[in-house]
Design a protein around this ligand. Sequence first.
Ligand code: ARG
Length: 461
Amino acid sequence: MQKTWGGRFTEPTDALVQRLNASVGFDQRLHREDIDGSLAHARMLAAQGILSAEDLAAITAGLEHIRAQIAAGEFTWSEALEDVHMNIEARLTEAIGAAGGRLHTARSRNDQVATDIRLWLMRRIDALDTALRQIQGALLDLAERDGQAILPGYTHLQRAQPILLAHHLLAYFEMFDRDRGRLVDCRKRAAESPLGAAALAGTPFPLDRGATAAALGFTRPMRNSLDAVADRDFAVEFTAAAALAMVHLSRLGEEFVLWSSQEFAFVSLGDAFATGSSIMPQKKNPDIPELVRGKTGRVFGDLVALLTVLKGLPLAYNKDLQEDKEALFDAADTLGDCLDVFTRLLPACRFHVARMRAACDDGFVTATDVADYLARRGLPFREAHHVTGRLVGWCIAEGRTLPSLSLEEFRRFSDVFDADVLAAVTVEASVAARTSEGGTAPVRVAAALSEARGRLGAIPA
Ligand code: ARG
């Protein structure tokens, strides 16, 4: 096959070189963006008098035909043609003749590929924003459905203080909100057009770079032609944001792994989202939360791969940059799939509210309330903490719980205790007392839930 760049070569390409050099196996998924970019470029060339109206008409019809062929699965990709760009251009020229050869005027694959990836990523970020909103919506639904349940909040994975389930779920809502912010921010910097930078130095043709930028949905042309073809910061930023979103999913996954264990037994996963064991008939395994936790490592790997590809590259384009795509695609695909599966897993799970509440009874989770009680009556908090510590130590030795103590027993440790301490040390009172801004008191959580609903707005299906 005649190579697009074959003019100065006399020997054929080595077969292994051809395979290694080709990116069409993975960059063909840029076909939509590649055609959009070519159409915008051709229209601009015609508007600037660089391309005739007849050539533009032939190019437009030819590219739309190729688009339809690809959509129908009728396009044969050729490794010999290396990448998505040359596959499409070669097919166009085969179909329309000389006009196809004029499409690449004032353009290089270097600005072309940078344009394609940016367009692809902008679209992908929009889809991921929707996916993030959907998981946020699923968290709010769950918080509204079961959120009034009380469970121990943990520090160091030790029972610490009782909290509302809704409060716990809303913590993840906030993480995903920040993830959306990072993606939106990354999108702003991705939304600048490299098209017209050509190979690296610009072109003598009188281009209108603003026109192609606007036609493709970019905010403006990139300012420096070298930077335009060499920059992949947007891919790193995206993958870093994706890695952090995966961390959030992984932490949520870990909660579900723990909570669905027999040791916690706070939640049962829906059958559609769990799996069995091939040998132990009793098992119901949380494979999906585990897998999400495990896939987080892939996305970290994608990020490190991208950073490493870039770190030693001189300006401007280098073939190393072809390695950007698989890492970027993988990060986006993995995050998208993990968000979607968790969005579906959440409503299918069943919380064991009584079990959660019971876990609050034997962990001394209201010990802080005892110390707070004494502090409010004038005891310095450090002293109050010490008195309560002795009280808890005694309870442990005697096999007692805080809500089971009589006033007389409390007073053995301090005469500051009064009858109202009995009501102050219940789990419900402890939760209700945490009315500080951002706290777990039901009034605060109800307000936080409705604020979150408002912030999220309508969720696209
Ligand atoms: N397939 C290449 C890539 O992904 C396209 C750009 C090739 N440019 C070049 N000068 N060889 O980066």
